[in-house]
Design a protein around this ligand. Structure first.
Ligand code: UGA
Length: 427
């Protein structure tokens, strides 16, 4: 496995736990040293335990050295593919790694497979690079085997995916990948390279579309005096739609949806297609953050706010493309003072905002002196909090809930002013 981010490390650990010998190759010595000592470098529930077990039994090894590729049957590329300025996925790391793999291929047949999300045609390009740089008699085939794990539930998602996608022209590659995935659940879809690559983008984009559609219905519901939660719950009862990914709020963030929707639109534009559907998914998502920030700016009673939740979703320390970043920037610009709390993500946020924010290790302490509370991530500890204590601690009993964590009826009973998404304000 080349790369030890969320995808690389979780997948490598699960394959090691299934009894395979897995070498994880990185490029930063300090990170490899930490990983070797059992520090996963990321917060992912359940991962540390698996990491520890497989370091001890020797199934998992971390290295800077590409030499281990010589004896590998399968090499996964799990490096980052960040968004370029134009929305395209930046493939520099993938191609550098492809060249390194090629130069280190041994005598045995090797499958080379991108786990990273890559645009259609990338695996073909990897094939060309490997051909160009591999020893003359090297036997290899490329395959696309995209990953569908979510951060925060990565271990379970990897063990029990809905489907395993394998795209390749080589039956030997397909057989090896099927063998590797034997202990893993889910339907098998065997297809060609391009379709496998498209499946990943189409999957993330349809989920992002559901979220933006829901947020548009939320915006309409606010104007119409309807309750978006009830509307979407009823819509989701139609099992052709399903009730998943219809949660309204401040929109999607993370290292995947924002990047992948933009990348798919970029590919479509290159194909001279009308990408309006994807462009608008992105537009509604950006607007969901801005709309919420503006509601806070318009309705807050004072200039001091407590912010609960900074990560792009619960159960992760990841803040990449987190709605909290845009919202806090808008609030700071409007002159607010922000006291922030997150159970995992404060270290990363501090690197961006420095002393522009006041950081609290205790969520209740963050409320002291604050005139309103703003909830930006739906961590469990926020829904289970004693709201009467929250009310007593805040200067004004005002909550802006960007993730619809609380029940408006209860908020009314407790005497809060309560603003949530797609539902009537409680004033
Ligand atoms: C997403 C996909 O769900 C995974 O299947 C995929 O493998 C991964 O991207 C990837 O491509 O690597 P992830 O970004 O970890 O996983 O998180 P999700 O749980 O999908 O949530 C993404 C964002 O959507 C979060 O900001 C979340 O708050 C938001 N969201 C999700 C909503 O606003 N509403 C919803 O109903 C669901």
């Amino acid at each position: 496995m080349i790369g030890h981010g969320y995808v690389g490390l979780v997948t490598a650990s699960i394959f090691a736990d299934a009894g395979n010998k897995v070498n994880v190759i990185g490029r930063t010595p300090e990170k490899i040293t930490k990983l070797k000592s059992g520090d996963p470098l990321i917060f992912e529930p359940g991962l540390e335990e698996i990491l520890d077990r497989n370091l001890k039994n020797g199934n998992l090894n971390f290295t800077l050295d590409y030499d281990s590729i010589k004896n590998s049957k399968i090499v996964f590329i799990g490096v980052g593919t960040p968004s370029g300025k134009d929305g395209s996925a930046s493939l520099d790391q993938v191609y550098v790694v492809a060249e390194m793999i090629a130069k280190n291929l041994g005598k045995n047949f090797t499958v080379i497979s991108c786990k990273s999300t890559v645009p259609v045609g990338t695996n073909r390009e990897v094939e060309k690079i490997v051909k160009k740089n591999a020893p003359k008699n090297a036997k290899f085939a490329v395959a696309s085997c995209p990953e569908f794990l979510r951060e925060g539930t990565g271990v379970n998602d990897t063990l029990h995916p809905d489907r395993v996608i394998i795209g390749s022209e080589s039956q030997d590659a397909i057989d090896l990948l099927l063998e590797l995935h034997k202990p893993i659940g889910g339907e098998r879809v065997i297809t060609d390279l391009a379709s496998a690559e498209m499946i990943k983008y189409a999957s993330n984009s349809i989920l992002a579309t559901k979220i933006s559609f829901s947020n548009f219905i939320a915006e309409m519901s606010e104007v119409a005096g309807a309750d978006a939660e009830t509307v979407l719950e009823a819509v989701g009862l139609d099992n052709r739609v399903s009730d998943k990914f219809l949660n309204v709020g401040i929109g999607y963030g993370g290292a995947c949806f924002p990047k992948d929707v933009k990348a798919l639109a970029y590919i479509g534009k290159q194909m001279k297609l009308d990408t309006g559907i994807l462009d608008n998914v992105e537009k509604v998502n950006v607007n969901a953050r801005h709309r919420f920030a503006q509601r806070v700016i318009k309705n807050a009673n004072g200039k001091k706010l407590a912010i609960w939740g900074l990560s792009f979703k619960p159960n992760t320390d990841d803040i990449r493309e987190a709605p909290s970043i845009d919202i806090m920037n808008e609030l700071l610009k409007a002159g607010f003072e922000l006291s922030v709390y997150d159970p995992q993500a404060m270290g990363h946020i501090r690197k961006i905002f420095g002393d522009k924010l006041t950081y609290y290790e205790d969520k209740m302490k963050a409320l002291k002196g604050a005139e309103s509370l703003v909830v930006l991530t739906e961590w469990n500890e926020f829904s289970s909090v004693d709201l009467s204590v929250v009310k007593k601690t805040l200067v004004n009993p005002v909550i802006f809930d960007g993730r619809n964590v609380y029940d408006p009826a209860q908020m009314k009973k407790l005497g809060f002013k309560y603003y949530s998404v797609g539902r009537k304000d409680i004033k």
